[in-house]
Structure formats: C-alpha cells, structure tokens
Design a protein around this ligand. Structure first.
Ligand SMILES: Cc1cc2nc3c(=O)[nH]c(=O)nc-3n(C[C@H](O)[C@H](O)[C@H](O)COP(=O)(O)OP(=O)(O)OC[C@H]3O[C@@H](n4cnc5c(N)ncnc54)[C@H](O)[C@@H]3O)c2cc1C
Length: 403
C-alpha cells in the first residue's frame, strides 16, 4: 500500500490532532458565513417573542446541514458527527437558539433514529428530517423525572395488538411546540426500572398526542420548548425504535453524543462573547483612553482567552473521540467520562467568559436588547440541560472510582 502523501495526512481527521483539518476549517468557515448572514438577523425577534422562524429548517436543509450523518440515499450528506458539531459551533456564535434547536433536531432526533431504528423507520422519517419538511425533537424528561430520568420515568407504553398505547407527560422539550417527529421514551415494563424502557417515534398527528403548553424561558428564546402530553396515544408497534425494554442503551449512547455536541454551542457562545468584549475594550473610552488599556480589564481578557482556547481544544478532542462511537457504545467507560467532563468544563467556562464580558460592557451589558445580555441570559441553561453540572460530576467520579 502506498504511504499517504503529506496532503492526505493534513486532511485526515484524527482524534489526536490539535486543530481542524483544512476540510473541517472550510466547513466551519462556510457555516460561519451562513450563520452571520441568515441566522444572526433573526435573533432579536426570537428573543423578544419566543418566536421560532419557520424559514430556519429549510435554510439549514438548503445548506446541507440537516442529516449530516445520514447516508445520501436517505437524503443525508454522508458526513460525520464532528462535522455536525462544527455547524453547531458556527450557529452558536451567530444565534445560539438556532444552534440548540438544530442539535435537538439533527442529533437528538435524526441521528438517534439513524443509529438505532430499523430500516423501515429510517426510510419513513429520515428523508423528511433531512429536507427540513419535518422538525424533530427528543422527549425524555418528565415533571417528576429530570436527573433521574430513567428511574423515575412515569410515561407508560402498553401493547395493544399492533399498536402501543402511550400515557404520560414530557416536560422542557426543545422544538416540542413545532415538532412533527418526536422520539419518545416510555416504560414498557413498569416493574423493571431502567431495564423496562423502550423508544418510539411519534408523529404530531397521532391520536392522543398534544402540545400542552409552550414554555416562556429566560434565554435561548425562540428555540421553542414545550410540555407534551400523551393521552392514550396510539403508536404503531412498527414505530418502536430498537427492541422492547432496550431503550436504555438508546438513551445512554445518545446522551454521550448529546453532551459532546451541546458543548459545541458553548464553544461558539464563548468565542462570540470574547470577540464582543475585546472589541468593546478597544473602543470604549474612559479616563481618556480605551478601557482595554487598564490592567484589570486586560486581566479579564487574558483569562477569557485562556478559557476560550481550552474549551475549544477540549471540545474538538471530545468530538473526535465521540465521532468513533459505535452503535450501542457509550453510556459507560472513557467516552462517558470524557463527554461529561467536556460539557461540564465548556458550560461552566462559557458562563465565566460571558459573565466577564458583561462586566467589561458595564451598564450597556445590563441592557436587555444587547447581544452580550442575550448570551448572559442563555449561558446558564447549558449547566442544566443534557444533565446538570452535578450529574456530570457524578458521572466522572463514578467512572473514576470504577478503577
Ligand atoms: C430549555 C430546556 C430545554 C430542554 N430540552 C430538553 C429536551 O429537548 N428533551 C428532554 O428530554 N429534556 C430537555 N430538558 C430537560 C433537562 O435535561 C433537565 O432539565 C435536566 O436533566 C435536569 O432535570 P430537572 O430540571 O428535573 O432538575 P432536577 O433533576 O430536579 O434537579 C434539580 C437540582 O438537583 C440536583 N440534583 C439532582 N439529583 C442530584 C444528585 N443525585 N446529586 C446531586 N445533585 C442532584 C440537580 O443537579 C439540580 O441542581 C431541557 C431543559 C431546559 C431547561
């Protein structure tokens, strides 16, 4: 076999590389240009009105950003998980709410279906999720089951002939108010705890499904969030994803990927907050000079720079490792620990960067309509969603103690 050329080596993604390949950089740059031109201008109305712009998914589809990991025969881009993370990073810079909704659609719903469902489900749902005519979401959390999502799950699915009948309530579901395709978890064996959970694809038109309410949030506004109710909701048995009572593997493997890719929103947000603060420090003048000439402001900028660089390095390393996660893998071991650590660091680091940026903006940063204020109201969510900081620490420590 001929040895690879230098160009091949430069372009080959590697879990050990410290930076993006030329191809990956090109994807990020293109997504960045698109997000600035088409997604950033939507921010203000989304924030003011909790408004989901209907043009977003078609625009993402036109760019080839939906179904990145799906095969071309299903309408996808034949790409990899890392690439979808770069798109999330670019969207996170220009419009974090779109980035969150993108991940709920692309990763939590589409990629999960792709990895875990049978061919018939994939053929029925993946093409519509790829061309943007259907919006996807994932419904795991319930009013009584958040951090203990599996153990405390109360939603049930009872087999009735060639259907299942679902009953229960799901809470805080991203994209829920506008979703056409809902990947939902329910207990098929109430006595078996986490080993009695199954996954189903529900369509919004199925009898017994309804959006109970759209929720009003402090940040990420416009990435719409819902309470969903399943009231004797009849779901064809053919829509069960994976084997009965084997949903826990779908959840756990999906959660590792979710944590890795959600950290990419943090990366984009931290980069943006840093850029805004640096620009302000150079241009805002007090005591006859730019505030960036005062050492206390410089110290903040230096610390923010360190955080942004370390978040980026950790995110890329984690995305590269998660890129290799085989179907059914995850939920335990190194990747479980790594993805929890990455999002823990990225989310808390992002909050520090954004908070310091607001401080550099002074009173202007406290004004609701400013971009930095919007980032400030948003950043807290990523220490809560996809498992809280406390749960992330429990995962890391649990894996460490296994020896
Ligand atoms: C805007 C938004 C979007 C979301 N999108 C989705 C979605 O698309 N799909 C979905 O299924 N879910 C979604 N979620 C739900 C999210 O994953 C949960 O909110 C999260 O897992 C925490 O659950 P909880 O809110 O019930 O908090 P709780 O579990 O009630 O936790 C409350 C506090 O107790 C702490 N705590 C709990 N258990 C322990 C423990 N053992 N040790 C130490 N501390 C503990 C927590 O860390 C937290 O600080 C979303 C949430 C929000 C806010």
């Amino acid at each position: 076999m001929p040895s690879p050329s230098a160009a091949d080596l430069v372009n080959r993604p590697s879990p050990s590389s410290f930076d993006l390949t030329a191809d990956q950089q090109a994807v990020l740059d293109q997504a960045d240009r698109f997000a600035r031109a088409e997604m950033a201008p939507l921010q203000q109305r989304m924030d003011d009105e909790e408004w989901w712009p209907p043009q977003v998914m078609p625009a993402l589809a036109r760019m080839g950003y939906l179904g990145v990991t799906a095969p071309s025969e299903l309408g996808g881009a034949d790409g990899d998980f890392f690439t979808s993370g770069l798109i999330a990073q670019a969207l996170g810079r220009a419009n974090p709410a779109v980035s969150l909704s993108y991940i709920a659609h692309e990763n939590l719903c589409l990629n999960n279906i792709l990895r875990n469902a049978d061919d018939s489900i994939r053929r029925r749902y993946v093409p519509r999720l790829c061309d943007g005519t259907a919006i996807g979401c994932l419904a795991l959390t319930e009013p009584g089951a958040g951090s203990d999502a599996l153990g405390a799950m109360a939603t049930t699915a009872r087999r009735d002939g060639d259907h299942y009948v679902l009953n229960g309530t799901k809470l805080y579901i991203t994209n829920g108010p506008v979703a056409d395709v809902i990947l939902v978890y329910a207990k098929t064996d109430r006595e078996a705890g986490a080993k009695g959970i199954s996954a189903f694809v529900v369509e919004k038109g199925f009898p017994g499904f309804k959006v109970a309410q759209k929720l009003d949030k402090m940040g990420f506004r416009g990435s719409v969030t819902a309470e969903l109710v399943f009231d004797d909701c009849r779901v064809p048995a053919a829509n069960r994803v994976g084997a009965e009572n084997k949903g826990v593997a779908v959840v756990m493997s999906g959660l590792d990927l979710e944590r890795a890719i959600v950290a990419m929103i943090n990366l984009g947000m931290a980069e943006r907050a840093f850029d805004l603060a640096l620009d302000y420090a150079r241009t805002r003048r007090q005591f006859g000079k730019p505030i960036g000439e005062f050492q206390m402001v410089q110290a903040k900028l230096a610390d923010m720079y360190v955080l942004v660089e370390t978040i980026r390095t950790f995110c890329y390393r984690t995305m590269a490792a998660a890129n290799e996660l085989e179907v059914g893998g995850g939920g335990r071991g190194d990747i479980h620990k790594l993805t929890a650590a990455c999002i823990l660091y990225a989310a808390e680091g992002c909050t520090k960067v954004v908070t310091e940026a607001v401080q550099i903006f002074g009173g202007a940063g406290y004004m609701r309509e400013t971009e930095i204020n919007r980032l400030y109201r948003a950043t807290k969510l990523l220490e809560i969603g996809a498992g809280t900081s406390e749960i992330r620490r429990l995962i890391i420590a649990g894996e460490l103690m296994k020896g």
